[in-house]
Design a protein around this ligand. Structure first.
Ligand code: NAD
Ligand code: MG
Length: 281
């Protein structure tokens, strides 16, 4: 069997943003905030780094207080907290494993204790393990991928829903691989397909309550997840129509739009932030 062109078929720790070169950009210097999320409370899984950090920082600029949930990356989480606090907003750090339903419920309880309510749930944490053939997808990695990427959406929504009201929003991070497939992420792309369908179904269920559910499907974005997974980083993102990978700073604003009043007639939809690849819904 030819060796995998990718790194992490085995279980590895998540990548660390503070160790990346070059550092990802989490917000553009050109970004202009306008109080779109003033005094909202946002819960962001995987908010320590990458796309999650970008969401946290944009939301803080827009006037929201934040709770971020992360697996183990204390240094990255503290840095995100610092960036949020620099905007005079609060940032609650919740460390633990979202594959554990009890932990997810406790996170929601802790957010209520700290802030008294919540308005925006961002299901963004995720993991993947590369494999070039179906037989290389180990049962261990298959289970871990589904348990991390899709089960917690049910756990968080079940725990948070009694506390959400009209005008509140849920936003899920999918992936371009949900739409076009992947030749090295069979299990991961399957979970992302599930996330996209979960988004549509939940949107339909909650529309009458006035709670909107949408998603963002990123293409190749320069984050710790990528650096911890791929060997050939030079080529990363080069096959998009724009010919480059995106920065987290180019993804965060889509989450601002979907959480704010500006998207009040949009539910069950995906925004494709992918450098121009044309995909279906
Ligand atoms: P990232 O490594 O910065 O973020 C992923 C986060 O998930 C980590 O910070 C980690 O703390 C958290 N996490 C993983 N397993 C967890 C667990 N069991 N319990 C608690 N937290 C856990 O990388 P990222 O690229 O910003 O990833 C964010 C999301 O974006 C993921 O869902 C990923 O699939 C998705 N995505 C990324 C890209 C890309 O190219 N970077 C493309 C499409 C989709
Ligand atoms: Mg991280």
């Amino acid at each position: 069997m030819k060796p995998s062109k990718f790194k992490n078929q085995k279980q590895e720790k998540p990548g660390i943003e503070s160790e990346m070169t070059p550092k990802p950009e989490y917000i553009s210097k050109k970004y202009k905030a306008s109080g779109k999320l003033k005094n909202k409370i946002a819960v962001i899984t995987g908010g320590d780094s990458g796309i999650g950090r970008s969401i946290a920082v944009h939301y803080a600029h827009e006037g929201a207080d934040i709770a971020i949930i992360y697996l183990s990356e204390n240094k990255d989480a503290k840095e995100t907290k610092k960036l949020v606090e620099a905007q005079n907003r609060k940032c609650l750090l919740l460390k633990g494993d979202i594959t554990d339903e009890k932990f997810c419920k406790k996170c929601i309880d802790d957010v209520l204790k700290e802030y008294g309510h919540m308005n925006i749930i961002i299901n963004n944490a995720g993991t993947h393990f590369n494999a070039d053939t179906p037989t290389e997808v180990t049962t261990e990695n298959l289970k871990k991928t589904f348990e991390t990427n899709i089960y917690p959406l049910f756990y968080f929504v079940k725990a948070a829903l009694p506390h959400l009201k009209k005008g509140d929003t849920i936003i899920n991070t999918s992936s371009v691989t949900a739409n076009r497939g992947s030749d090295h992420l069979l299990d991961y792309s399957s979970t992302k397909g599930a996330i996209s369908t979960f988004t549509k179904s939940l949107a339909t269920m909650l529309a009458k309550k006035g709670i909107r559910v949408n998603g963002v499907a990123p293409g190749p974005i320069w984050t710790p997840l990528i650096v911890s997974s791929f060997d050939d980083l030079e080529k990363f993102g080069k096959d998009t129509p724009m010919g480059r990978a995106g920065q987290p700073s180019e993804v965060g604003p889509a989450y601002v739009f979907l959480a704010s009043q500006d998207s009040s007639y949009i539910t069950g939809q995906m925004i494709h932030v992918n450098g121009g690849e044309i995909v279906g819904s």
